[in-house]
Write a protein that binds this ligand. Structure first.
Ligand SMILES: *Cc1c(COP(=O)(O)O)cnc(C)c1O
Length: 349
């Protein structure tokens, strides 16, 4: 026996490629093409800020988010991207012998955290057209998690169905990962249910709609008891998860609601135009409520399109996985970028 026999066995999550080349059209990791609010840029210069430890509670950011969402600061947990928040939530709430339930086609980090923390889990197949069936989530479980809109399908689950799932699981925690909800129609978010359900945790990120993937800011909202439980786990692991620039820039972003709304509506408009163009080129497009589309061509294999695009320095995301290996996930970039993509695809089809 030696130490190698006791290394924790893990199969890590594989993030999308980050090409070094600057002149690519990068539509493979759902980043936002418009950049953060100019208010963020105006507070970038303060170097002395780096000398001291940050506020471990990230109070300024928690308060800004609480005000933005109309909840109590005690209902907000912040972390280093929603990956950190989700990982912390797995560690905090998914601690039973019963399996955690999530869809078979979903954010591929969920099974990785489950394996890492030795949490039993069971996947529930989406329908043929990638819908979540609420009745799949009514059996005994140690927790439920799904993204809404789902990733990588972009499909939205109606709020009434989300509520049905939360309602059917009063004895376990249901996590709704709303990484893309800002691109969905108004009234789709489960945040409106938080006051009524003590078992609901809603997770959000600054990476997509706020265009701050490089900064790593995510948060969760739920009733105080849930947030207190997550804080206890966080303070048992690393008190200073949020660095000073993240707290400062995060607050600046939240303060600029006009810019936030403007860029989101630009992306939604481009998405609708792009989806229509794809359909005209013989693609099947799953209705998208996110900043990306999930599409499959009727005759040309997805892998072939993916590889040919890459030769032209256009990056899409391709998953060589059962059921979705003939689909491409394409992030919505600027109008100019999408025009280049449409031109490339129409030459191909
Ligand atoms: C992008 C994404 C995340 C992670 O976002 P970060 O805040 O950048 O860590 C979480 N869940 C889903 C479904 C995502 O697509």
């Amino acid at each position: 026996m030696n130490w190698r026999d006791y290394v924790r066995p893990v199969e890590p999550y594989t993030p999308g490629e980050q090409p070094k080349d600057a002149d690519v059209i990068k539509l493979n990791t759902n980043e936002n093409p418009y950049g953060p609010s100019a208010r963020v840029q105006s507070c970038v210069q303060d170097f002395d800020l780096l000398r001291k430890y940050p506020d471990p509670a990230a109070t300024d950011l928690v308060d800004a988010l609480a005000e933005f969402h109309g909840v109590d600061p005690a209902q907000v947990f912040v972390g280093v991207g929603s990956d950190d928040v989700l990982g912390m939530a797995f560690l905090t709430f998914f601690n039973s012998d019963r399996p955690v339930l999530f869809p078979d086609i979903t954010y591929s980090f969920y099974p990785v955290w489950a394996e890492l923390y030795k949490i039993p889990f069971k996947t529930k197949p989406l329908t043929e057209d990638f819908r979540i069936l609420p009745e799949d989530y009514s059996e005994e479980n140690g927790g439920v998690i799904f993204p809404n809109p789902n990733a990588p399908t972009a499909r939205l689950l109606e709020l009434s169905v989300v509520e049905e799932i939360v309602q059917a699981n009063r004895d376990s925690v249901v996590i709704v990962d709303e990484a893309y909800i800002d691109f969905a129609p108004e009234g789709s978010s489960a945040l409106s249910l938080v006051d009524r359900y003590d078992n609901l945790l809603v997770v959000r990120t600054f990476s997509k709609s706020r265009s701050m993937a490089g900064l790593r800011i995510g948060y969760a909202i739920g009733q105080k008891e849930l947030i207190d439980a997550m804080q206890a786990v966080k303070y048992s692991y690393n008190s200073y998860t949020m660095n000073r620039p993240s707290i400062l820039y995060g607050c600046a972003s939240v303060a600029d609601d006009d810019y936030f709304r403007k860029t989101i509506s630009m992306i939604i408009a481009t998405r609708e135009r792009f989806a229509k163009a794809l359909e005209e080129m013989d693609f099947t497009v799953i209705p998208s409520a996110a900043n990306f589309v999930f599409a499959s061509h009727r005759t040309i294999p997805a892998r072939e399109i993916f590889e040919k695009a890459k030769e032209k320095k256009i990056f899409f995301r391709y998953f060589n996985l059962p059921r979705i290996d003939n689909f491409l996930r394409i992030t919505i970039g600027t109008d100019a970028e999408m025009d280049t993509v449409i031109k490339f695809l129409s030459d191909l089809t």
